[in-house]
Design a protein around this ligand. Structure first.
Ligand code: COA
Length: 160
């Protein structure tokens, strides 16, 4: 049994596809650390604080999930948090090249780290955060793709 694992991502915003991966990870890991990346190269739609708060609202009293934000290299964050397992989701074959590069780079930077890949449910294989943002921007119903907490946050943000 793996005790702790990091599930890193931008989660801008978290979608049902990410939630599917978190729930799958919970079956094999005692504690899943959902790690929100504060990317200095991208201007996010939701701030990292907002993304963390949204994920905490979705998993409020769940003992097995810890939500944090991180800056810098993932390999360094693994080292400082003493976690050596990374969870990543694979939606389609097209994700593989990028994940291959990411997993090997992380291993090169921190050879204690291993990545476990979980297959996203087929019904979320086409889903992405930017698709959800675009749909919400054009006032399309996103309730099939994100939990209600995210739906309300998107509505609020677009009405600002
Ligand atoms: N369901 C739905 N969508 C999913 C998904 C799933 N299961 N898995 C991925 N996605 C989507 C996301 O919504 C996102 O969509 P978008 O591009 O439309 O916003 C896209 O796939 C990529 O998402 P994510 O998994 O969050 O990856 P990322 O590229 O934003 O970030 C990190 C990946 C955070 C793990 C990586 O950038 C990282 O480790 N950064 C730290 C810096 C570092 O260490 N760099 C060196 C390593 S090369």
């Amino acid at each position: 049994m793996i005790k702790q694992a990091l599930y890193p991502g931008s989660f801008d915003p978290i979608t049902n596809g990410h939630i599917d991966i978190i729930k799958r990870a919970q079956k094999i890991v005692d504690v899943v650390h959902v790690a929100v990346f504060d990317n200095p190269f991208k201007k996010p739609f939701f701030t990292s604080e907002e993304r963390v708060e949204l994920i905490k609202k979705i998993f409020p009293s769940d003992q097995g999930i810890i939500v944090t934000a991180f800056k810098g290299l993932l390999a360094d964050y693994c080292k400082s948090s003493e976690i050596s397992t990374i969870i990543r989701g694979l939606r389609a074959v097209s994700d593989f090249d990028y994940e291959f590069q990411l997993a090997h780079t992380n291993q090169k930077l921190n050879d204690n780290v291993d990545t476990i890949f979980l297959m996203t449910d087929l019904k979320y294989s086409y889903l992405s955060s930017s698709v959800v943002r675009q749909l919400a921007h054009f006032k399309s119903d996103v309730s099939a793709f994100v939990p209600k907490e995210v739906q309300y946050a998107l509505e609020e943000k677009f009405n600002e």
